[in-house]
Design a protein around this ligand. Structure first.
Ligand code: OAD
Length: 253
């Protein structure tokens, strides 16, 4: 294999995908890297360089300094609003059209899967574009934030980003739906995630328990790699379009 371009794809995997009935893809921040969104564990840039995300994305940080936390989220919200889905997102959208049943489970809060046109998306960690009243829990879609920190227009409580912070529970319905999809699928993709953060990181093992074929797409090794039936080492934006093309448009490979 040359050092350039996506890896060669095993023909057995291409045919497994072509014949799969229920496919699940779990994505992490690596899938948005090629859109220009820094991955979660990458160094922060510019103004935010000296902050550790694990110290900003917590309920304690928000209680201590809501303005600081909101300024960080505003920076990220602006960044996300300026970028576009990349060929990795688009390949997953295409996959949803091609396989009989497809569930996309994402840890990403950037909304780029939906922007790409994916429909059946389970958001495990919320969405940065929404806000939520920290008093009554009302969720506001695509809310513009002007005052800093913003407050709920109905009750005056602080608004927070509608995301899951470190130490918080995942939305139970989302986690249940993700688990059920993982246990019932015949092919499971883990894409662009370091596979370090639970409970999301447990989903591939649940899929294996249900006898799914497990595929990892990541340029680097992760704790999941040695359990995967196929480890495709390359960027999602190159590997996924090639895989979808070879499985469903073999003439154009
Ligand atoms: P990480 O930053 O931990 O991992 C990103 C992964 O993407 C790494 O394994 C990279 O090797 C891989 N990667 C980088 N570029 C890639 C590319 N072009 N194609 C494919 N893979 C690429 O991010 P996550 O695994 O998403 O949770 O982190 C999981 C959760 O940890 C986040 O959702 C966040 C954080 O705690 C919360 O905020 C609750």
């Amino acid at each position: 294999m040359s050092g350039e371009g996506p890896p060669e794809l095993p023909p057995a995997l291409v045919s497994t995908l072509r014949n799969a009935k229920h496919v699940v893809a779990l994505t992490g921040s690596g899938v948005s890297a090629e859109s220009g969104v820094p991955t979660f564990r990458e160094a922060q840039t510019g103004l935010w360089e000296r902050y550790d995300p694990q110290e900003l994305a917590t309920p304690e940080a928000f209680m201590r300094d809501p303005r600081l936390v909101w300024e960080w989220y505003q920076w990220r919200r602006e960044l996300v609003s300026e970028v576009e889905p990349n060929p990795g997102h688009q390949a997953l959208t295409e996959l949803e059209r091609r396989v009989p049943s497809f569930t996309l489970i994402t840890q990403n809060v950037d909304g780029l899967h939906q922007e790409s046109g994916s429909r059946n998306v389970i958001e495990l960690h919320g969405n940065i574009r929404r806000t939520r009243c920290s008093g009554e829990g009302i969720v506001f879609e695509r809310d513009e934030v002007s005052a800093m920190p913003p407050v709920c227009r109905y009750c005056g409580s602080l608004l927070r980003p509608d995301v899951v912070w470190f130490g918080e529970m995942l939305p139970p319905e989302a986690l249940d739906a993700a688990s059920e999809a993982a246990r019932g699928c015949d092919l499971f993709f883990s894409i662009g995630t370091s596979s370090l953060v639970y409970p999301a990181a447990a989903l591939p093992y649940e899929a294996m328990g249900g006898a799914a074929v497990l595929v990892e797409v990541n340029p680097d090794e992760t704790p999941l790699t040695r359990h995967a039936d196929y480890s495709l080492r390359g960027p999602a934006g190159e590997v996924l379009p090639k895989l979808v093309r070879e499985a469903f448009e073999p003439g154009n490979g």
